[in-house]
Design a protein around this ligand. Structure first.
Ligand code: NAD
Ligand code: IPM
Ligand code: MN
Length: 326
């Protein structure tokens, strides 16, 4: 039976890289029944649509969602990012953002588990006295015991399933003494359930040093939404480039479909020039296949990607090279 996939190509390089991901998945012999959703900045500029609730409900019926990238400089910041991407992550309760980084020639092999529904992303805050010299803007960080515990437990389970069985909490407990304290206590409580998993803690600023100078130390990392956002662009940069960084927005309870997308954005600076590296999108599709029970095809795609590394090639040529390697 064909897997039912909702496809949101989105803006900029999004549609370019998603086309290659679909080409590769089909070449790997996996049957997909895809439905395209015209959403993103371009659609918003055309008719004001971001993500209506009935479209969100339609998305619930799919086995998974594959997204390229959304957001464009012609639309004010946040309209699409919050109204489309975060709305999906939150409404579908995709509380795990799983971002793997692999560069075998440098012994880099770690996964960042980013909390995906809370923190500064939750939307708490607002303006007071807007437009006056006394203007106040607040943007709070929401951290619930429930939200932190479920993502920390997921990270422990993932670490336990890997050979090194090592989990690092990254936060800023030396300054964020409320949210950091909740994260650390929750981490310590859940750790007691996983005596075979060794643990470490890094402040996020120090983690930036280790990402650049010694990324080999990491196995699994768990962190909050904003730290995870920033660290995973850095993770991409130190493990081959942002064009290789894949991600899955997961609802591990499987009540709603999970969403798979590259870590990168719509890259307006290179859009429409066939310069984008599609490997991040292809590897995101491989993560999708893992979830769909197509682990063999996913593994074959990962192997094929590892051998297709001529980045002077155009976007479709890189896709073709992966297909040829399959
Ligand atoms: P970006 O990730 O789009 O680009 C940052 C840099 O990385 C650019 O120089 C770009 O050319 C390069 N780059 C990105 N992907 C690449 C690829 N596949 N191959 C080669 N080079 C690549 O970040 P940005 O410029 O800050 O954001 C542009 C827009 O994308 C914004 O509207 C932002 O909100 C949005 N965005 C969307 C997503 C998403 O949809 N998941 C993720 C991040 C940013
Ligand atoms: C990402 C992106 C998004 C985020 C934006 C576009 C909302 O940067 O997926 O990393 O901050 O989560
Ligand atoms: Mn990001």
């Amino acid at each position: 039976m064909a897997h039912k996939i909702a496809v949101i190509g989105g803006d900029g390089i999004g549609p370019e890289v998603v086309a290659e991901a679909l080409k590769v998945v089909r070449a790997a012999g996996v049957e997909l029944e895809t439905t395209d959703f015209d959403l993103g900045g371009a659609r918003y500029l055309a008719d004001g649509t971001v993500l209506p609730d009935d479209v969100l409900d339609e998305l619930r019926a799919f086995d998974a969602i594959l997204l390229g990238a959304v957001g464009t400089p012609e639309v004010p910041p946040g309209v699409i990012e919050r109204g489309l991407l975060l709305k999906m992550r939150f409404a579908l309760d995709q509380f795990v953002n799983q971002r793997p980084f692999l560069l075998p020639e440098k012994d880099i092999d770690f996964i960042v588990i980013r909390e995906n529904t809370e923190g500064t992303y939750a939307g708490e805050g607002g303006f007071l006295r807007k437009g006056t010299p006394q203007e106040i803007a607040t943007q709070g960080s929401v951290n619930t015991r429930h939200g932190v515990e479920r993502v920390v437990r997921y990270a422990f389970e993932l670490a336990q399933s890997r050979p090194r069985k090592h989990l690092t909490l990254v936060h800023k407990t030396n300054v964020l003494t409320f949210s950091g304290d909740l994260w650390q206590r929750t981490f310590d409580d859940v750790a007691a359930e996983f005596p075979d998993v060794t643990t470490a803690y890094n402040h996020v600023d120090a983690a930036c040093i280790y990402f650049v100078q010694d990324p080999q130390r990491y196995d699994v990392i768990v962190t909050d939404n904003l730290f995870g956002d920033i660290l995973t662009d850095l993770g991409g940069a130190v493990s081959g480039g942002i064009g290789f960084a894949s991600s899955g927005n997961l609802d591990p309870t499987r009540q709603a479909p999970s969403m798979f997308e590259p870590v990168h954005g719509s890259a307006p600076d290179i859009a429409g020039q066939a310069k984008a590296n599609p490997i991040a999108a292809i590897l995101s599709a491989a993560l999708m296949l893992d979830l769909l029970g197509e682990g063999d095809a996913a593994e074959r795609i990962r192997k094929a990607c590892a051998s297709a590394t001529d980045l002077t090639a155009s976007t479709p040529e890189i896709g073709d090279a992966v297909v040829a390697a399959l």
